[in-house]
Ligand binder design. Structure first.
Ligand SMILES: N[C@@H](CCC(=O)N[C@@H](CS)C(=O)NCC(=O)O)C(=O)O
Length: 280
């Protein structure tokens, strides 16, 4: 590694696979599969291939909320994809998600099966399919979509920007930590001001916008991400803390967060979910 103060970019970037950092082994500058690998298929129409990261649990929270709301056709198999071992680069996974990232959904109730990738697209697909957690009235729907897309566009600054440099990079570099800390605090303030006026992000109704945003910004406000609660003074975003605390208490949220989890306390780990009883 070159000292950041003396680094001059070469004319043409070259892949330095020894660059270090927590994800150095799995990150690559090329797309596509690295190996042939079938994906397992369970008995339910919905097949989810995922891991309990914030992007993954958005979908399992929605699926558990749908089931709790009586939508029994939302029964699903959640298969574990271990991204640390490069399973997202297997041929079948890449066919489900050409972007090689969890979560990926295959709906086998359609002919041919429908693949859906990008957590935001999966939330919209399922909310439309089951007609739930997605307002129908046009302005409420626009508000829900606005906050959902806000989350999809904003969280990479929180995870890939702030989280990466504060917690995972091989050294602490002041410039990116400052830059992304400022942006994340601004984002928390955006949420805090909105939630000062509203119970949920879009208004009175709990929607897929809340389910998408809670694992990232709710997790941050509740002190669960990157050990950065004090550094970012998250307790000062009192409306975000209030909102996150309410969502955390929902039984379906508690269930969804345990699916495809392979770390943390043993009783919270449910590496694969093939029926409701796996979580009971
Ligand atoms: N925008 C994507 C992001 C998904 C994403 O970043 N997934 C991460 C885990 S949270 C992943 O699979 N990383 C594996 C890799 O980058 O190789 C979404 O929301 O679905």
């Amino acid at each position: 590694m070159t000292d950041s103060s003396s680094y001059t970019p070469p004319k043409v970037w070259e892949w330095d696979s020894e660059s270090g950092g927590r994800f150095a082994k799995i990150n690559r500058p090329i797309a596509g599969p690295t190996h042939e690998k079938d994906l397992p298929v369970g008995e339910h129409p919905l097949q989810l291939y995922s891991l309990a990261t914030p992007n993954g649990v958005k979908v399992t929270i929605l699926l558990e909320e749908l089931l709790a709301a009586g939508k029994s056709e939302a029964e699903y198999n959640a298969h574990l994809v271990n991204i640390g071992d490069g399973e997202q680069f297997g041929s079948d996974f890449v066919a489900a998600n050409p972007n090689s990232k969890i979560p990926a959904l295959v709906d086998r109730s359609t002919t041919p099966p429908t693949r859906v990738f990008e957590s935001g697209a999966i939330l919209v697909y399922l909310a439309e399919k089951f007609d739930a957690f997605f307002p129908k009235e046009p302005s409420a729907r626009a508000e829900c979509l606005s906050w959902l897309f806000w989350q999809m566009g904003s969280a990479p600054y929180l995870g890939g920007g702030f989280g990466h440099f504060y917690a995972y990079a091989p050294e602490k570099f002041e410039y990116p930590i400052n830059r992304f800390a400022m942006e994340v605090k601004r984002q928390l303030d955006v949420l805090d001001r909105n939630l000062a006026e509203r119970r949920f992000l879009g208004g009175d109704e709990y929607t897929i916008a809340d389910m998408a945003t809670y694992p990232w910004y709710g997790g941050m406000a509740l002190g669960k991400l990157y050990g950065a609660a004090e550094f970012l003074d998250v307790a000062s975003y009192t409306n975000v803390v209030r909102w996150a605390t309410e969502i955390r208490e929902r039984p379906a949220v508690k269930r969804g967060q345990r699916v495809n989890k392979v770390w943390g306390p043993e009783e919270h780990r449910v590496p694969e979910r093939h029926s409701a009883s796996d979580l009971d």
